[in-house]
Design a protein around this ligand. Sequence first.
Ligand SMILES: *Cc1c(COP(=O)(O)O)cnc(C)c1O
Length: 381
Amino acid sequence: MNDDTGRGFPVPDGADNSTVSETAAGAILTIDLGAIRENYRRLKARLAGVRCAGVLKADGYGLGAAQVASALIREGCDIFFVALLSEGIALRKALGPGHDIFVLNGLPPGSESEALAAGLHPVINSIAQLGAWREAARAAGRKLPAAVQVDSGMSRLGMPPADVEALGTDAFDGIDIRFVMSHLACADEPRNPANEQQWLAFERLRKALPAAPASLANSSGIFLGPLYHYDLARPGAALYGINPTPGETNPMLPVVRLQAKVAQTRSVEEGAGIGYGHTYHSRGPLRLATISLGYADGWHRRAASAAWFEGVRLPFVGRVSMDSIILDISALPAGRLGEGDLVELIGQSQSLDDAAAHAGTIGYEILTSLGARFHRRYIGA
Ligand SMILES: *Cc1c(COP(=O)(O)O)cnc(C)c1O
């Protein structure tokens, strides 16, 4: 198998927790855990002594929550956030006891004992969730940790200001408030006045609650400056190499490389109809390669794009299929690319953020869409 499209990319060191073998897979996703660790160190350096959690929702933004957590633990990270109780249970199973895991979306009613059994901490988003956790603490006969989320202006999750201000003094009986937190809607737009408005609202709401450490910043929030750092930052995207400062040079290291295998090559004459709907007709003789990656792997059908081989851009022609994409490889010498060779879709030739821009979306969506059919290769462990 020919694999020299990304000169300079770290060499695999054999760490591999993938369930799909490299020979059986149509595409290979290489995840650089060393780069994730370096990104964590870079964020820590910006935070200058403030604690830094790792956000691992959606299976670590599609890269493997357990593997990412293990890498972050080696950097001293001991606080993790997932979105769902189900994710928390899976992560606890993988990590064993000892690290704090918070469930951002709160606990579904009736699931408190399940969360407790798994040693998970809820992010309390409503008065009802607060009551249920207070009751769980009473039943357990001890104080139970939790984070309390307030809505400072995103209108998504967290207690509305009116509810926060109406809370009685006994509302938190039995609850060990580890963090009062909120989430920024526009942190990736540093000049957006919504950031300061949310900061002011967060300050006001914090004062209506028992004194506790505070947490506001996601990845981009860290780059808004120390005012937004409080006692704990909660980055996700930046750890995975997504640019937390859109429009400026990415201060993070790239983490993922995506390569797809060539399934077949062919030559066609002028006028050949290519792919579903014949949306493309060759305007001359063409050489084509079909790769084993398609929209079922998260490469969106509307995403006009290209793959690269030895630095040569190979444009998509025709529609993206479910399991395959056709490339125009006429720019390469005849016979240079063959069945089983790997072409690159994300990596040195095209960054994750560039691939996302071509697809009319953001890096977050690309990462979390990337398919279960890939062979996942972990390097830098
Ligand atoms: C997803 C999420 C984060 C992490 O955000 P990034 O932009 O990926 O850094 C932090 N806090 C909350 C509440 C989130 O939902």
